[in-house]
Design a binder for this molecule. Structure first.
Ligand SMILES: *[C@@H]1O[C@H](CO)[C@@H](O)[C@H](O)[C@H]1NC(C)=O
Ligand SMILES: *[C@@H]1O[C@H](CO)[C@@H](O)[C@H](O)[C@H]1NC(C)=O
Ligand SMILES: *[C@@H]1O[C@H](CO)[C@@H](O)[C@H](O)[C@H]1NC(C)=O
Ligand SMILES: [Ca+2]
Ligand SMILES: [Ca+2]
Length: 336
């Protein structure tokens, strides 16, 4: 019974041992097969890695040699076409700069299209007016008087065009400064053109009965007044009793219109004894313009105690002092 029990125990033990052994062997087998798998995977990885490295290496080498040859050809090209290349580069720089400029300008222009169009219309209008002005200026002397009228209206048109332009410019916001500057420059050009073209053209007509000479209107009166009346009459006409420049041409013009009549001019030495013009500016004596022996402040005229204090142009075309109360024709002048 004991033996049996023992043998039974040992059998149990043997079975246990068997199981344990089996367990261990399966465990070892497991470990063994896992290790083999890892080694295999590692090996495959290595092979793949090496192959890839090799391929990459080959690829890189080919690329490198291609790059080298390309660089060689490029550098040879570079040295051979260097000036051309520089030129091209500069041109390209300029082109790209221009393009960017163009882009900015066109962007601005498109926002301003309407305003700019309007301004350009007015500009062409103004230019047309300028052209007509020019042709007017060039036309005959005979037509001058008539042309002056059209010139005046052209000028008025120009002025209104310019003021319209100015207000248009003012209405442009600060965002559109580029265009504004352009318009302002155009305006300035126009204004300088205008003033250049109109500088030598008298812009005003003389009143009827008055004579235009250079930049003055002259009235050779047909009625007769004493000197102070004549002076006041001219003043009332917004003119001045004649003040004469030391100018031979002007004297020739005056004599053409006075001889053989006598006319008061704006000269007097009354109250001060010094000869001066009707506008109180001093007169510089030039005896060549006076009749011989004049001014003589003659007192034998029987018109009072005082001598002769007022200047006249006499029938000889020269100056004389006469008594201021004498009534005679006179000359007024407006200068502009
Ligand atoms: C070198 O320049 C020539 C002409 O100047 C051109 O045809 C050729 O393509 C260039 N070579 C390279 C590699 O750019
Ligand atoms: C400027 O740009 C416009 C379009 O934005 C294009 O039509 C035009 O040809 C360009 N001009 C120049 C000189 O590049
Ligand atoms: C000029 O005439 C006015 C009006 O007849 C007279 O009052 C004045 O005294 C005269 N002047 C001279 C200087 O005679
Ligand atoms: Ca005198
Ligand atoms: Ca005299």
């Amino acid at each position: 019974m004991m033996l049996y029990q023992k043998s039974a125990d040992s059998t149990e033990q043997i079975m246990k041992m068997d199981m344990e052994y089996e367990k261990r062997t399966t465990f070892r087998k497991d470990r063994c097969s896992r290790q083999t798998g890892i080694v295999l995977i590692l090996g495959v990885c290595m092979i793949v890695f090496m192959t890839m490295t090799f391929v990459i290496f080959l690829h890189q080498q080919r690329k490198f040699s291609m790059l080298e040859s390309w660089m060689n050809s490029q550098s040879s090209n570079l040295t051979s076409v260097k000036p051309d290349l520089q030129n091209t580069v500069q041109q390209q720089d300029v082109k790209s700069l221009m393009n960017s400029l163009n882009f900015t300008v066109s962007a601005l222009t498109s926002t301003l299209n309407d305003a700019v169009k309007k301004q350009e219309q007015k500009q062409t209008e103004t230019e047309r007016s300028l052209d007509s002005l020019k042709s007017s200026v060039q036309s005959d002397q005979q037509n001058k008087q008539r042309d002056l009228e059209s010139l005046k209206s052209s000028l008025r048109d120009l002025k209104s065009s310019v003021s319209d332009l100015t207000s248009s410019v003012a209405s442009i916001s600060s965002k559109q400064q580029t265009s504004e500057e352009r318009v302002m420059n155009t305006l300035k050009e126009l204004i300088t053109k205008m003033s250049a073209k109109t500088a030598d053209v008298p812009v005003a007509n003389c009143k009827s009965g008055w004579i235009l000479y250079k930049s003055s209107c002259f009235l050779f009166s047909s009625n007769e007044l004493n000197w102070s009346e004549a002076r006041d009459y001219c003043k009332a006409q917004e003119a001045l009793l004649l003040k004469i420049q030391e100018d031979d041409e002007e004297w020739a013009f005056l004599n053409k219109n006075t001889i053989p009549q006598s006319y008061w001019v704006g000269l007097t030495d009354q109250t001060t004894g010094q000869w001066r013009w009707a506008d109180e500016t001093p007169y510089i004596m030039n005896k060549e313009r006076w009749n011989p022996g004049q001014p003589d402040d003659w007192t034998e005229h029987g018109m009072g105690e005082e001598g002769e204090d007022c200047g006249q142009i006499v029938y000889t075309g020269k100056l004389n002092d006469n008594h201021c109360s004498v009534k005679m024709r006179f000359i007024c002048r407006v200068q502009f």
